[in-house]
Design a protein. Sequence first.
Lengths: 317, 191
Amino acid sequence: MKRHLISAADLSRGDALLILDTAEELASLADRPIKKLPTLRGRTVVNLFFEDSTRTRISFEAAAKRLSADVINFSAKGSSVGKGESLKDTALTLEAMGSDAVVIRHSASGAAHRLAGWVRGSVVNAGDGTHEHPTQALLDAFTIRRRLKGTGARGTGLDGIRVTIVGDVLHSRVARSNVLLLSTLGAEVTLTAPPTLLPLAVDTWPCAVSYDLDTELPKSDVVMMLRVQTERMTAAYFPSVREYSRRYGLDAARMGRLPDHAIVMHPGPMNRGVEIAAEVADSPRSMIVEQVANGVTTRMAVLYLLLGGTEFPAVAS
Amino acid sequence: MSASGHPVAGRDGLAVLDAEEIRRALTRIAHEILERTHGGDEVVLLGIPTRGVPLARRLAARISDFEGLGVPCGSLDVTMHRDDLRFRPARALGRTDLPRSGVDGKTVVLVDDVLYSGRTVRAALDALTDLGRPRAVQLAVLIDRGHRELPIRADYVGKNLPTSQREVVHVLLAEVDAQDAVMISDEGGRS
C-alpha cells in the first residue's frame, strides 16, 4: 500500500482486497465485550475538518479510538482558520504537535494531495471538494461484498456485480471514488443521471452511462442513490426538485422493479423525498444504517494498514 | 542431537519429525490434556494462526475419539497484540473464531506449532484477556525450540528441540502444506 490514501485510484486490486479482508476480520470486534485493540497505542491521528461532517468525522474518531490511537479533532469553526490561517500553516502546526496521520476533509478539490506534500505522516482523504472520498468507496465495497457474497468472501472481489449509481454525479466525490474502486474490484458500474449532472469527461471513466433509471433498475444488483448537493450548485441543473424526484428519485414503485436480492445504498446525509423516498430508506433492502457501522470497521482497517506497521521512510512526496 | 544436548552443526534440511511421529506426539498431548483437566471438562482449544489452528482441530478430534467428548475448538489471531508491529510492514490479519460457548470460566488451551521467544504467547494472553476471563490458560506446542525471552513455558510439548538461533524450524501440516513434517534449516535468521 502507498503511504497516503488520497484517491481510490491509488489502490490496486490487491490493496483493496487487503483492506476489505482486514475489515472483515475487525468486524467481529463489534460483538466482543471489549471493543478495543491496543495496536495504535502511542500514535496520534488528527481529524482536520474544514467542512461540516457528522458521520465521517465521528466514524474516523471511533475507528482511531478503537485502535487505541490518540485523536485530536480540529474543525475550522472556532479555529485560527477564521483568522485567515492558511492550510499549510495549519498543517505545519499540527505537524509540530506530532501527528502520525492526518484525516482531512476540505471543500477544495486537491487539498488532501497538497497536504501530503507538507506533512511527514500519512494523509487520509476524507472528502476533498468534488474530487474523491476513498474511504466511503471502501465501506460501500465492503457493504456490497458482505451483503451479496456473505461474510466468508475473503479474498474475492466484486466481479460481475452490477452497480447503478444514480443522481448528482457532477458534484459527488463519492461517485468518482466508487466508480474507480468498484471497477478495480471487477464490478460493472453504470452512472444514471440527467445529462446536466454528469461531468464532462465521464466518457473517460471506467463505467457505462445511462439517462433512464427505469431501464437500469431490473439489471442492478446494487443501486446507490447520491444526494442532490444543492449547496455546491451554482446553476440550474434541473427544472425543479419535483421533476428531478419523479425521474431520478427512488420510490417504492421503482424499488419494486429491482431484482429480489438487490440492495439500496446511500452515502448520507439523505434528502428524504428528493432522491430517496422515506419508505425506501427505511425498507429492509436499505443498507444505510449498515453502511455507517461498516464505515467504522473499514476505517479501522485503513488506519491499521497505514499506521500499524513500520513507519514509512521520510520522503517528500 | 549430540549427547550433550547441544545442536549439531550442519543439519540443514533435516527432518526432525515425520508424519507418524507428529501423529504420536499429538496423541500423547491429547491424553495429557484429558489427564490434567480431569477428563477435558470445560476445556476450549484455541489455535494460533496459521498452523496452530489445524493442530488444535486435530487435538479436538483425538479427544473426541478417546472420550466421545466434543471439545469446542477455535482460533485466536494475535497480530493486533504483537510487540513487533512497528518493525515490519503492516500484515494481513488471521482469523479469530471463538466457539459459541465463549471462554468465560473455561480452561483455555492455546495451541501453536513452535514455541520460541514466547512473544507470540504473550500477545495471545493479551488478546485472550480482551475476549473474556478463562478460569485457567494452558499452552500446548508441537515443538519447543528454546531461547525464551519471556517467563513463559508450555504445559504440553510434542518435542523439545534444542536449536541454535541461526536455525529455522519449519512445521509443515497437511491442511496447509500438503504434508506432515517438521524440518530444520540453516537460514541464518530468526523465523
